[in-house]
Design a protein around this ligand. Sequence first.
Ligand SMILES: Nc1ncnc2c1ncn2[C@@H]1O[C@H](COP(=O)(O)OP(=O)(O)O)[C@@H](O)[C@H]1O
Ligand SMILES: [Mg+2]
Length: 364
Amino acid sequence: MAKLLELQLQNFRNLKPYKLTFGPRLNLIVGDNAAGKTSVIEAVWTLSSGRSFRTAKPQHLIQQDTSELTLFARVEQQHQTHAIGLSRSDEKVLIKVDGESIQTQAELASKLPVQLLTPESHRLLEEGPKARRHYLDWGCFHQSQSFINAWRHYQRALKQRNHGLKTKLPKEQIQLWSPQLIETAAEVDRIRQDYVEALTPYLAEFCQALMPELKMIPECHFRTGWPKSAGTFAQALESNFQKDFQQGHTQYGCHRADIKFRFDGQDALIKLSRGQQKLFVCALLLAQASLYEKTANEAVIMLIDDLPAELDAHHRKTLLKLLQALDIQHILTSTDQSLIPLLDAENSKIWQLEKGQFTEILQD
Ligand SMILES: Nc1ncnc2c1ncn2[C@@H]1O[C@H](COP(=O)(O)OP(=O)(O)O)[C@@H](O)[C@H]1O
Ligand SMILES: [Mg+2]
């Protein structure tokens, strides 16, 4: 089980220097708007990925009027404890795992695997396929060791083909990339389809737990990225060649895949109320975390920012109960003080956050 034991913050956003010692289950940080709640979630995310989910400009993370931020975490994984440290100034970033500098983001993510649920996660339903592909591929990446390689080779072949199309090379030359593109697409496609199939029962289970009143089962429809009517990917590439050539890029392929969520044959956005959509997105991420736990035999840490916004009291309670019952560590933020009495004192830790200042709330 991956568990975040401790997080030390220094000069990160508006947060005052503090050491959070987390519990193995539910950790709740409550505070008003602008207290710094999202910043805490962002700090953990930054340690897990090397970057923020809120800004492309890392210097925004450094506290005003200071020159360097540092984050330090102790993580328990497979009965071993690891230390992760990150410091960032305007000029440079330094990331160390167990005292050794590391080079790649993948190394970091494997030390501190997290799953993020924020109010923006709603774009999984609302926006175009990009966010859903990202969701899907997070799962595929962890599900199958060959995914990342297949995906990289696919992208390389696609880039070459697009370059050929753009610079108007002769067809025979552009087609030289087809075998690699087709072969890697088949692999990516197979892993994605398997993943969706494996995920669906988990999703149904979490939907049922969070919304027992919903008498419908979610359906996941995977779309390969080329029309069914076009036949195989090889046939789609061939029949669309002229159009691709005119437009200077490859229209169809794995880079266009999508996954649709339906209830009773209709899109989740149509069939579910706004509050139910929030819970559905939550179910999507919990399903992914649970499946990950099963396949990797390792738990992700769920980071949940501002979750109960827009949920009625009854569903908030159901959700909290479910979170507490799962053997996953959660770091949850909320503006809602009334959640505190709902928590089971044995399995939870709570902090009050005011203008960047933490105070632990001890429960009796
Ligand atoms: N680099 C920074 N230095 C100091 N304060 C910052 C920095 N970046 C953001 N803030 C401030 O931190 C506060 C907390 O933001 P946030 O974490 O989004 O709070 P919450 O999620 O609790 O609403 C905001 O008032 C914001 O203006
Ligand atoms: Mg916030």
